[in-house]
Ligand binder design. Structure first.
Ligand code: SAH
Ligand code: SF4
Length: 440
């Protein structure tokens, strides 16, 4: 979501003559777009600001200026504190007000004109944003924002605000305009993306499944993904779309957080571990090769060894293609931060290592099974090494291959020849031996 927001900020600033700088040293303005979801991310903001202060000082000595802005959820949650602790910051804006950047920049350019704008405007920012610029063949498209779920560990409902779904027509227009500019893959974004219930021209609220079917009709759009979903809002229509819509990629990030019913209840996740297992079964019945990914939190307040074992059991039962795991991080103002029985850091460390290990083995096995398989890969960026191109498999694995630069931004059928922990090495299928099974 922050990557999307940052791109949209660049779109808003383009008419003012701003273009992206190659390095921070070359910039006239620096915007830190921040994340507040875990403490570590929030802390980084102040260390980054320390570096920018020096840059601004050096500029001032040479008689030129630097506008420093802090955006995103840290700005939303700690705006006043940022202005007080960092007097060299010119603009502080929340995630719902960046469409007002031109006015903010004008104000900040005047002497003493510092700006704090952390409103939740009644009119959504989307109504004021310019058409998005396509930056390669794969694009994010925000369809839903905010969250009403109030998981007890999470700051998002406080920093992003209440759930809002963009109208169907606005999303279809944005997707069409992206497709006209060469975008082949769209990833629909929302904090609780499958809570989507946008207004449509037939006057009914459409769910995400219905929206995906409509987007799949658009010429040029070849692949659709969405993130991040909540198990509780995964309805029949969306599950059916996984079986019916070829363009919907066979990968789903479906955070579960814990395998213990007691902890899931304390987290206010509104489902049990077995309900999650059943969802996975139903998704796989609709799309047998669906790869699942998830998020896990270890060391939530009151998590016992039995609770933690239940998480490991769930991981083994489901089998994830990849997943993220985090130590519980108390966030100011959330109910869990005030709960008793906070778990000791050393216990969190041990549990995180165990979860990592189990998930890592599953990811390695999933990647290993792909050797010899053929994937259509959208090659959307240069690889790390000279002559390499990089893209994503239908299952979201990073796939690299040595290929001519002319193939950048195209879909190519590749044959996987190597598996690593977080990536796959591949060759063009024409170089591959014939007679291999094709897939996806
Ligand atoms: N909307 C998504 C995820 C939002 S935040 C969902 O419903 O799951 C992304 C991930 O960060 C979460 O899935 C969770 O695993 C993690 N996270 C959020 N708050 C956290 C906290 N206080 N401590 C540790 N991890 C957290
Ligand atoms: Fe946070 Fe996701 Fe829960 Fe919403 S559903 S409160 S974004 S973890």
């Amino acid at each position: 979501m922050n990557v999307y927001d940052s791109a949209r900020m660049a779109d808003v600033l383009a008419p003012l003559g701003y273009t992206p700088a190659a390095a921070v040293e070359d910039a006239d303005m620096v915007i830190l777009n921040t994340c507040h979801v875990r403490e570590h991310a929030a802390e980084k903001v102040f260390s980054e600001l320390g570096r920018l202060r020096l840059l601004k000082q050096a500029r001032a000595e040479r008689g030129s200026g630097l506008i420093i802005a802090v955006a995103g959820c840290v700005a939303q949650a700690e705006g006043e504190e940022i202005l007080a602790r960092a007097p060299f910051v010119d603009i502080v804006m929340g995630p719902q007000t960046y469409h007002r950047l031109p006015e903010m920049v004008a104000k900040a350019s005047r002497a003493g004109g510092r700006v704090l704008d952390t409103d939740f405007p009644a009119e959504p920012k989307f109504d004021h944003l310019p058409a998005p610029t396509a930056r390669g063949p794969s694009a994010f498209l925000s369809v839903q924002e905010g969250c009403d779920k109030f998981c007890t560990f999470c700051v998002v409902p406080y920093t992003r605000g209440a759930e809002y779904s963009r109208p169907v027509a606005a999303i279809v227009d944005e997707a069409r305009s992206l497709a006209e500019r060469g975008v082949r893959e769209i990833t629909l974004l929302g904090q609780n993306v499958n809570g989507y219930h946008g207004e449509s021209s037939d006057g009914r609220g459409w769910g995400l499944g219905r929206l995906i079917r409509a987007l799949a009709e658009l010429p040029g759009i070849e692949r659709i993904r969405y993130t991040t979903s909540h198990p509780r809002d995964l309805d029949d229509e969306l599950i059916a779309a996984h079986g019916a819509v070829d363009k919907l990629m066979p990968f789903l990030h479906l955070p579960v957080q814990s395998g213990s019913d007691r902890i899931l209840a304390a987290m206010n996740r509104q489902h049990t571990a077995d309900e999650y297992r059943r969802l996975a079964d139903r998704l796989r019945a609709a799309r047998p090769d669906l790869a699942l990914s998830s998020d896990f939190i270890v060391g939530f307040p009151g998590e016992s060894e039995d609770d933690f074992d239940a998480t490991l059991r769930l991981i083994r039962d489901i089998g994830f293609a990849q997943a993220y795991s985090f130590k519980y991080s108390p966030r100011p103002g959330t109910p869990a931060a005030a709960m008793g029985q906070q778990v000791a850091e050393a216990v969190k460390e041990r549990r995180l290592a165990a979860v990592h290990e189990t998930l890592g083995r599953q990811a390695q096995a999933f990647n290993g099974d792909c050797v010899g398989r053929r994937f259509d890969v959208l090659l959307d960026r240069p690889g790390r090494h000279e002559g390499q191109l990089l893209g994503r498999s239908p299952y979201m694995q990073a796939v690299y291959a040595t290929l001519p630069e002319s193939m950048l931004n195209t879909v190519q059928r590749l044959r996987v020849v190597e598996a690593h922990a977080n990536s796959l090495g591949a060759v063009l299928d024409s170089e591959a031996a014939t007679g291999e099974r094709a897939c996806a």
